[in-house]
Design a protein around this ligand. Structure first.
Ligand code: 5GP
Ligand code: ZN
Length: 141
């Protein structure tokens, strides 16, 4: 399926396979992969394949597909990691803390007392740790 792209967009490059990722799943309109700056182990992103920056411009059916992908990933997180809870979070515009203007839904495992804020600092995760939790999620997808 053809979709809009932006040659300068990091997520478009991941969708195109030009930048590697720990890919959890992929379908016609969406992709899901591990976040490289996880707030907690298992932090993943459900991403539209097309380059639509925000909720107000993405086609409704594509947003629905991204939500469905986020649900699949959340189920895997719940099954494999048994976190204290899960937040789904989607930011629109820099004022809302959006840093990558390509629509995505965060799937954020939570644990009591982790003090994750609505807008959080990006701290690079350890690649081996991200890969290890990625394998646990892949095993239940
Ligand atoms: P936003 O701030 O737009 O809501 O979220 C963007 C997310 O993308 C951040 O959590 C950030 O860690 C993640 N991110 C940024 N660049 C990359 C990348 O190159 N690879 C992956 N896997 N995640 C990225
Ligand atoms: Zn993009």
């Amino acid at each position: 399926m053809s979709h809009p792209t932006d040659a300068d967009c990091i997520f478009c490059k991941i969708v195109a396979g030009q930048i590697p990722c720990f890919k959890l799943l992929e379908d016609e309109r969406t992709i899901a992969f591990m976040d490289i700056n996880p707030v907690n182990p298992g932090h993943a992103l459900a991403v539209a394949k097309g380059h639509w920056p925000t909720v107000d411009v993405i086609p409704t059916e594509v947003l629905g597909a991204v939500a469905a992908t986020a649900q699949r990933v959340a189920k895997a997180v719940i099954t494999a990691l048994e976190p204290g809870g899960v937040n789904l979070l989607q930011a629109n515009g820099p004022g809302a803390g959006q840093s990558v203007p390509h629509l995505h839904i965060h799937v954020m495992p939570r644990r009591p007392g982790d003090a994750v804020a609505l807008n959080w600092d990006y701290v690079p995760g350890d690649r081996a740790e991200i890969e290890a939790v990625y394998r646990r999620l892949k095993a239940v997808l």
